[in-house]
Design a protein around this ligand. Sequence first.
Ligand SMILES: C=C(O[C@@H]1C=C(C(=O)O)C=C[C@H]1O)C(=O)O
Length: 373
Amino acid sequence: MSDKPESLTQADESALMQLREEIDRLDTEILALISKRANCAMKVAEVKMKASGNAGAVFYRPEREAQVLTSVMDRNPGPLGNEDMAKLFREIMSACLALEKPMEVAYLGPEGTFTQQAALKHFGQWVKTKPMPAIDEVFREVEAGACNYGVVPVENSSEGIVNHTLDTFITSNIKICGEVELRIHHHLLAGPNTKHDKISRIYSHQQSLAQCRKWLDAHMPHAERIAVSSNAEAAKRVQGEWNSAAIAGELAASLYDLEIVESKIEDSPDNSTRFLIIGTEQVGPSSEDKTSLVVSMRNEPGALYHLLKPFNEFGVDMTRLETRPSMTGNWTYVFFIDFAGHCEDESAIKVINAIRETAVDVKVLGSYPKGVL
Ligand SMILES: C=C(O[C@@H]1C=C(C(=O)O)C=C[C@H]1O)C(=O)O
């Protein structure tokens, strides 16, 4: 059978050539427009530096980036899908921001974790990402100014809240300046020495083993399940081992050169994890925002009523309420609250002031754009 592409007629050849000439003309225009846009971004950086007296200018503006991406999706004429078009603009903005100031972003490592994937999804490929061994180390890296921003996991759709992240906010002054959600696909990965029918050990993070429990029970009931600190750690470990496999994501497979033996083995079809972007600056309003608070209340009758009443009274939509034991003493609790809107909104100010009247302490963790991508 000929391995040449099917031979085209003279007319087809001519049509193909004309279309490619049109694409070349369009690429020339796109090249010029992206370059003009990049020059514009550099002038924006000059304005930011002048406005801040050249010291501590804030170049990354999540509220503005959310507006750009939302506008792109609203105006997208097709045929590319809205999310695909937004991802293209995500990378253009990432390159423009890097011209203003190269960003370094800390994340829960090691390399290849879903948190790294989330960081690259949110900031684009132009940021430098730095793996940290633990969630509180990500906070410390940002507090110390060693990195501009951080990315930490906060909630998984099947496993619930990541308590370590919430607990770290209680004692930290770091702000939340964004959020990003990642569809979590777990794959069974193996190194070159592993015979797929001889796999006797499977490594992964405890949460990932739990999220694939039914698949493992059905397909590999006799393989030993070994929990390690992260999925990427699992992938790194099986590189050199034989007859073992890891459950991890696509990024880990490519980083550690592992074969995807079985893909998408998670039990829940819409398994996803929400990550928070942390930084030192409060974010301005974007018109599609949410605000996160941590409130400590006296352990007395009616405490929860006084906490919830202002939201109803001032018409603010509370979207999340989590309770955590406080670090200060037994049987006292703190409440993590998310609500729709920005903390500078008039109604939000009224709610926060009303809560302050009965709470022991109220800390605004941050207002930030709702995740767009
Ligand atoms: C250009 C700006 O700087 C950055 C780059 C942006 C972009 O490329 O559109 C948007 C927001 C900022 O993160 C700006 O603040 O407008």
